[in-house]
Design a protein around this ligand. Structure first.
Ligand SMILES: C[S@@+](CC[C@H](N)C(=O)[O-])C[C@H]1O[C@@H](n2cnc3c(N)ncnc32)[C@H](O)[C@@H]1O
Length: 239
């Protein structure tokens, strides 16, 4: 009985958030003024990339590689990027959804916690990209989760804040990380419930990269091998 009630509440919560998302991303077409409205899920073009000091190194960089169509591998790809580039530390997987990124980091010996207001279980399986095999996630496996919206007060407990395709918390997260000297990895997609917006005609990712630099971070842009919003910004201490 309690299980059914919980399921119904979760479904209602999903429906409410989906409705909010639909409203806040409308219209999805370019606005009359030539800007992209507030929907920035369209990948940045090479021209937009080259016009951005922070992201220019990524322009034309995807020509030589075949981008996989499978956006669902983004967790594995980001996990690989993180463990190859950064020393193990305490990670907050902000807006982490089901928590696959946190799970993979945990499997690699990192400490990782999901922060997301929608309570969800881990996926039952995922593809290991190195072996191309499906890996089962046992029913009893867990990652630490805070089933609530991101709050700047949480930052103290982490060294690195990761936000992939996160809604509603990119600006808050950058501000909090800058204040407490934490590192950040963002893979931004749409602009949903953010307190500040880029001016018309400026892509959200391009603008966020400038915002991060303005907060005193050094920015290392990167691109993951999947089709869709695949550009990441690694923001760390300058120098
Ligand atoms: C597009 S999903 C991305 C999920 C996952 N990172 C992925 O790449 O599939 C956006 C997520 O943001 C979460 N979210 C919305 N508002 C949030 C907030 N204020 N703080 C943290 N997470 C939030 C939603 O619950 C949802 O799981």
């Amino acid at each position: 009985m309690a299980k059914r009630k919980h399921k119904r509440e979760t479904e209602q919560r999903f429906a409410r958030i989906a409705q909010t998302v639909a409203q806040s991303t409308s219209p999805v077409k370019d606005a009359d003024d030539g800007s992209r409205g507030n929907h920035h899920d369209a990948p940045l073009t090479d021209d937009e990339l080259s016009s951005s000091a922070a992201l220019a190194s990524l322009a034309f960089s995807s020509d030589s590689q075949e981008l996989t169509k499978m956006k669902k591998f983004r967790f594995q790809l980001l996990h690989q990027w993180i463990v190859n580039r950064i020393q193990p530390c305490r990670v907050a997987d902000v807006a982490g959804g089901k928590g696959l990124l946190a799970y993979l980091l945990q499997e690699s010996g990192w400490s990782a916690t999901v922060i997301d207001p929608i309570e969800q279980g881990l996926p039952s399986k995922y593809k290991d990209l190195e072996s191309s095999r499906q890996v089962r996630v046992q029913k009893n496996e867990r990652v630490p989760r805070l089933n609530c919206e991101f709050d700047p007060g949480m930052v103290e407990d982490f060294d690195l804040l990761v936000a992939m395709h996160a809604h509603g918390c990119n600006i808050q997260l950058i501000d909090a990380a800058a204040e407490l000297g934490r590192e950040v990895i963002l893979l931004p997609c749409c602009v949903i419930h953010e307190p500040i917006l880029p001016p018309p005609g400026v892509h959200w990712i391009q603008w966020l990269a400038e915002y991060v630099i303005g907060k005193g971070f050094a920015v290392e842009p990167f691109r993951l091998n999947f089709k869709g919003q695949n550009i990441g910004i690694y923001a760390h201490k300058a120098g």
